[in-house]
Design a protein around this ligand. Sequence first.
Ligand SMILES: *Cc1c(COP(=O)(O)O)cnc(C)c1O
Length: 390
Amino acid sequence: MSPDKSTELIHHPYHAPADFESPATGVHKASTVFFPTVAALRGRRWVDKSAYTYGLHGTPTTFTLEARLATLEGAKHVILAPSGLSALTVVNMALLGSGDTMLLPDNVYNPSKDFARHEMAQWGIGHRLYDPMRPETLRAALGPEVKLVWLEAPGSVTLEFPDIAALVGTVREAAPQATIALDNTWGAGLAFDAFDLGVDLTIHALTKYPSGGGDVLMGSIACRDDRLHEKLAWTHSRLGLGVGANDAETLLRALPSLPLRYATQDASARRVAQWATQQAPRVRRVLHPALPGSPGHDHWAATCRAAAGLLTLEFDPAVTPAQADAFVDGLRLFRIGWSWGGPVSLAVPYRAPLMRQLGSGYEGVLVRLCIGLEATDDLIADLAAGLEQL
Ligand SMILES: *Cc1c(COP(=O)(O)O)cnc(C)c1O
């Protein structure tokens, strides 16, 4: 008796020929993965990516994306997470337990501070802040209870570029038990080689430059050490985190153009930054690590070959927060919104004193600009018209 059509539609005898090759990676979708035998079901190991066991533990699509990101970052292992923020929290949960302490730079991506203040505090995990531009404050914060030290280069919004090698050296000397993690979203694996500076792991918000479209949320955790990778991978797996196949495909499609987009946005941001330095007195200071005089410029110059597409304007202290809001509201090409790395330029006003616990030298309102892929002259004209109105 031949099977019913309904059965045949599922267990169909046709198999497409092998050896199909094209520029794109296939979009493999799975929760269930088939095993040829029970012995295979019991014996397969996903954690070293030598086999497939369950959709959450990897598919050819996600393994391919992870391998390409490892190449980009100069890492051996990469784990994908559903957002940049979830990549950060997986690292914290994998490496810290009750009684441990984590250190964060005061200019860290702000939701990291929120996670430390809420969930981590609730779990009995402490945290302390240090000023990354003053390594002595990092040294003072180190002790035997410190198990994880975060670095970010440059800092969020204010874009101070720290001496990464000096910070790493300070931790290795005073707290050899601590893991050193770098949020490398700004560098995107292109501006500098994080692992050559001695960090143990990096995270990326792939949401930003690697996606490049403002349309996907994803994060990654990269490391070189096998044991550290296994620790992170098991926590990631126990938390039940995965990424969608179509999102992984979008990332795979965007990666080949990442260096081109990054270089274009870098060059455009530098031109906007140069122009902005001539907009005194309304613009008091331009924060952009490639600009001489910007905080940490020398460290940037010693470390980096590129500079992403972000800059921040510090307005004259006479400009009120309401006036800065009106400036941003009045821009036509710069849209108002979070994130960066997409085709559309974005602007967001910030108040430095509300963001920093260790003090900041910024007295004026800050407006963070993320440069998209529009023509630079049009962006400058948009900003010039806005400053006229100020
Ligand atoms: C955006 C960002 C994140 C978080 O990424 P999401 O994908 O938005 O969660 C983390 N770190 C830095 C530096 C970021 O800019």
